[in-house]
Write a protein that binds this ligand. Sequence first.
Ligand SMILES: NC(=O)C1=CN([C@@H]2O[C@H](COP(=O)(O)OP(=O)(O)OC[C@H]3O[C@@H](n4cnc5c(N)ncnc54)[C@H](OP(=O)(O)O)[C@@H]3O)[C@@H](O)[C@H]2O)C=CC1
Ligand SMILES: O=C(CO)[C@H](O)[C@H](O)COP(=O)(O)O
Length: 513
Amino acid sequence: MPSKADQPFKHIGVVGAGSMGSMMAFAFAELGLDVSVWDIEFANVEKITNMAKKATTSKGKVEGYTDLKKFTQSIGGDRKLFMFSITHGPPADSVLGMLKRDLKKGDIILDGGNENYRRTERRQKECKAIGVHWIGMGVSGGYQSARHGPSLSPGGDEQAIADVMPFLEQYAAKAPKDGTPCVTRIGPGGSGHYVKMVHNGIEGGMLSTLAEAWSFMHYGMGMAYPMIGDVFEQWNNSGELRKNFLVSIGADLLKRKKTPQGDEKGEGSSQANGYVLDDVLDKVVQDDDNTEGTPLWSLMEAAERHVSCPTLGSAHFLRIASGNRGERLQVAKNLQMPAPKPIASPMDHTTLIEKLRRAVYASFLSSFCQGLELIARASEDESWEINMADCLQIWRAGCIIESEHIADLLQPALGKKPVMNMKFIDTVAKELRDNYEPLKEVVIEGTKADQYMPAMSATLEYLKYEGGTVLPTKFMEAQLDYFGAHGYNKPGVPGEDPGPVHKGPHHYEWQPA
Ligand SMILES: NC(=O)C1=CN([C@@H]2O[C@H](COP(=O)(O)OP(=O)(O)OC[C@H]3O[C@@H](n4cnc5c(N)ncnc54)[C@H](OP(=O)(O)O)[C@@H]3O)[C@@H](O)[C@H]2O)C=CC1
Ligand SMILES: O=C(CO)[C@H](O)[C@H](O)COP(=O)(O)O
């Protein structure tokens, strides 16, 4: 890892003092950089200025600005370095528009927001015209990692990224096994934001899977929160789900009791002895208010690039249905669906929990397979030459999808050449095959008890049809030919079975028009 002396930037401008931007500012100051922070809201700037007064570990200064010109002028050095951390889309465009007049040739802007890669590429072109480098950089791990070291996926100009790499390597999370910084140049253009988008798509599949497992244990097996927390803790300690970030925070979350004082803002305060989780409603709304877009973009990309990502898709549609609770409650009155009920399984408790663990693993691994296949497809289409093993390396720490066993399984099996279908890899296929039966049993038990299992059941179907040899699409293809003369291929005919992915030469006149 480079020393601080190799780091050419001594000052950085952070654009946006939200949850992420403010935490990044203090992390940079701790690394010894002077930090100027700009935010459109005076209250945000005031907050960060007050925090800076109390910060004891900062080696550099942290100063806040609402005046953009004063902000840029405050940043020292021949070349200015910025970190954008604001809401994607028009907000980021409008701030770049205002900032542009104060930028000079050679300046570098790292966009640490979750931005759509096409917009990133547009901004790269706009900035290139004035000699400025716009680097689309995924920053993963939420505000805690932003403060202590996230997983970073920069994409864009090779030299500009090489110039900031010593700084990024200092800032990034370090892989627990060997201390390697969880950052690498992903590739040109919008590839860095693309990889972060897919990271969040995988994250969506995993979040839904784990929520389904929690619900299965709580509503299906009658287990209290701390008991489920113990199960998650055991899962996280060893085996296929070991050192898994979402499983580990799940264990912590399930044991968090309310206290008379609550947190520093009084949230979670109660004189009674409940759990903080009791206060959380079943509404995920960030897709509705358009502040986040990554899982949605992942799905749009999957559909457009013809990559089958049903675990990510089902997870996302659950989220969408959850957001409009008002509508849902109205529908509930009409649909009269049975509520999840206790699971009446012949399996004993320990056996069922073990099957559930393996079902969760199958769904997690399938989420990775789907996401990685999307990266491989995009890398080929866009000529990005993404090293897929590098993606696993940067996901080893500091990020939400951190999963030690999955990284140990996938990283050695991947390399520079994109693997278009992860199930071609024998070790991956074996793991999926070995965990198919427990996944099936869990989905059956859950479905019989009206449990919610969108991601897990989508994974089950995915495993079946991805390697299926007698799919029902035989009948679908015939119907398509019946009403649309779409043409079909014939079984056993050389050049047709399996043949290329082309329209078949045969049409049967089922019903003359
Ligand atoms: N939270 C997370 O876990 C992660 C978030 N990200 C990404 O980081 C970025 C920041 O997220 P986060 O800190 O969570 O979000 P916050 O909502 O806390 O911060 C958003 C920032 O964007 C600013 N902003 C919004 N609209 C405008 C506008 N029109 N003009 C100028 N500034 C504007 C906000 O300013 P103000 O408050 O003054 O309106 C605020 O500083 C987003 O792109 C997000 O997708 C990436 C990884 C993880
Ligand atoms: O980027 C993130 C984590 O990786 C952020 O937490 C983001 O807010 C998650 O939102 P979404 O699920 O909508 O992507």
